[in-house]
Design a protein around this ligand. Structure first.
Ligand SMILES: *Cc1c(COP(=O)(O)O)cnc(C)c1O
Length: 360
C-alpha cells in the first residue's frame, strides 16, 4: 500500500486527521450522544409503510425539493415558519457543509468559540476555508460583550454558534446570539442539535429569525429524535438564504427512502420524543452522582455531561472500556464526556466509574 503523501492530495488537506469517534461493539455505548432508546415499534412500522410506498417509484429520481419533508419540519418547528424557510440534508453535518460551500470556501474564514463541535474545523477545511477558534471563560460561558468583541476582531465570513454547546453542554443566551449577529458582517449559524434536551421554557434562536437574513438555525433528527442512522438534519432561514444552498447541493441529494422515513418519523414526533424527559432525568442523575464521586461535572442543557477532575482521561477511558462502557475523550485535559443512556446503561456507567476509584 502507498502512503497518502504519495497521492496528489490538496496541499491544505495534508496532515489532517479524519473524524473518527471509535465505533467499538461494547454493550454500553455512550460516546457519540445518540438517543440510546430504539425507535418505538409502532413508529418503526409506520416508517416501513412509508418506505414501501416510496419503493414503488424508486426507478424515478426523488422530489428534488423534498416538499413534504420541508412542510413537516416547518410544522414541527412552529414559530410561523413555512416550507420556503426550510432546508434539509443527510444529517445536519451535510446542511452545515452546504452553508460553508455557499458562504465560506478558499480565502474565507469560519469562526467558533472553542472548545466546540469537532466537525466545525473539519467541515471548514474541507471547503478550503480557514478555521478561527475564539475563546470561552473558565466555565465555557461567553458574555455578549466578549462574544461581539471577538467576532468583530476576527471578522469572519461565517460564525458557527453551538447551543447547547458540544462537548461542554453550555447554553448560549439569545442576547449573545443577537450581539454576535450585530457584530458580524457574515453568516451566523446557530446549531441547536440538542435543543430538545434544554429546559422546556428556554427560547430557541428561531425567535430571532424575523428580519435577520444572515441568520440560520440548524437542527438534527440524530439526537432527541432517535434517528441517527437515517441521517437527517435540517435548518430554518430566510428563503433567499435557502436559495444560496441550492447552488451547492448535489441534485436529488435526499433519497426518496430518506424523505419517506423522515416524513413518517416527523408525523410521529410526539412518540419519537417521548424519551427526552427520561434522558434528561438520567443526565441529571449522572451530574449528581459524578459530583458525589468527587468529579466536576459542567452544567449541561443537552443529553451528555462533560466532567472534569479526571487525573488521567486516557487511563479512565480505557478502564471504562475494559468494563464494557464506551465514553468520549474529547481532548480537553482532565475531562471526559458521557452520553445519558437508558437508566440501565447509565447505572452501568456510574457503577463502572465508581469501581475504578474516585479522583484524588
Ligand atoms: C451530533 C451533532 C450534530 C448532528 O449531526 P448529524 O449530521 O445530524 O448526525 C450537529 N451538531 C452538533 C453540535 C452535534 O453534536
Amino acid at each position: 500500500m502507498i502512503s497518502l503523501d504519495e497521492l496528489p492530495l490538496r496541499d491544505d488537506l495534508r496532515g489532517l486527521t479524519p473524524y473518527g469517534a471509535p465505533q467499538a461493539p461494547l454493550p454500553v455505548a455512550l460516546n457519540v450522544n445518540e438517543n440510546t432508546h430504539p425507535v418505538p415499534d409502532e413508529v418503526a412500522s409506520d416508517v416501513l409503510d412509508e418506505i414501501a410506498v416510496a419503493l414503488r417509484d424508486i426507478n424515478r429520481y426523488p422530489d428534488r425539493e423534498f416538499t413534504a419533508l420541508r412542510e413537516g419540519f416547518a410544522a414541527y418547528l412552529g414559530h410561523g415558519l413555512t416550507a420556503g424557510q426550510i432546508w434539509a440534508g443527510n444529517g445536519s453535518n451535510e446542511v452545515l457543509q452546504h452553508i460553508l460551500q455557499a458562504f465560506a470556501g478558499p480565502g474565507r474564514t469560519v469562526f467558533g468559540f472553542a472548545p466546540t463541535y469537532s466537525m466545525y474545523p473539519l467541515l471548514t477545511q474541507g471547503t478550503g476555508a480557514h478555521w478561527i477558534a475564539g475563546s470561552r471563560d473558565d466555565d465555557y460561558e461567553i458574555s455578549a460583550d466578549d462574544a461581539a468583541a471577538q467576532v468583530a476582531a476576527a471578522d469572519p465570513d461565517v460564525v458557527l454558534l453551538c447551543t447547547p454547546n458540544n462537548p461542554t453542554g453550555t447554553p448560549l443566551s439569545l442576547e449573545v446570539i443577537e450581539a454576535v449577529y450585530e457584530a458580524a458582517r457574515g453568516i451566523v449559524v446557530v446549531d441547536e442539535a440538542y435543543h430538545e434536551f434544554a429546559p422546556r421554557d428556554s427560547a430557541s434562536a428561531l425567535t430571532l429569525l424575523e428580519g435577520r437574513p444572515r441568520l440560520a438555525i440548524s437542527r438534527t433528527m440524530s439526537k432527541a429524535f432517535a434517528f441517527a442512522g437515517a441521517r437527517v438534519g435540517y435548518l430554518a432561514a430566510d428563503p433567499t438564504f435557502i436559495d444560496a444552498l441550492r447552488l451547492v447541493r448535489l441534485p436529488y441529494h435526499l433519497s426518496a427512502l430518506t424523505q419517506a422515513a423522515a416524513v413518517a418519523a416527523l408525523r410521529n414526533a410526539s412518540t419519537m420524543l417521548a424519551m427526552v424527559d427520561e434522558i434528561v432525568e438520567q443526565r441529571d442523575r449522572i451530574s449528581a452522582t459524578l459530583e458525589a464521586l468527587g468529579y466536576a461535572p459542567h452544567e449541561s442543557w443537552s443529553n451528555f455531561v462533560l466532567f472534569g477532575g479526571v487525573d488521567d482521561p486516557q487511563f479512565t477511558w480505557q478502564a471504562l472500556y475494559d468494563r464494557g462502557v464506551l465514553v468520549r475523550d474529547v481532548g480537553i485535559p482532565g475531562h471526559l464526556r458521557v452520553t445519558a443512556g437508558t437508566e440501565t446503561e447509565t447505572t452501568a456507567f456510574l457503577e463502572a466509574l465508581a469501581s475504578i476509584g474516585s479522583p484524588s
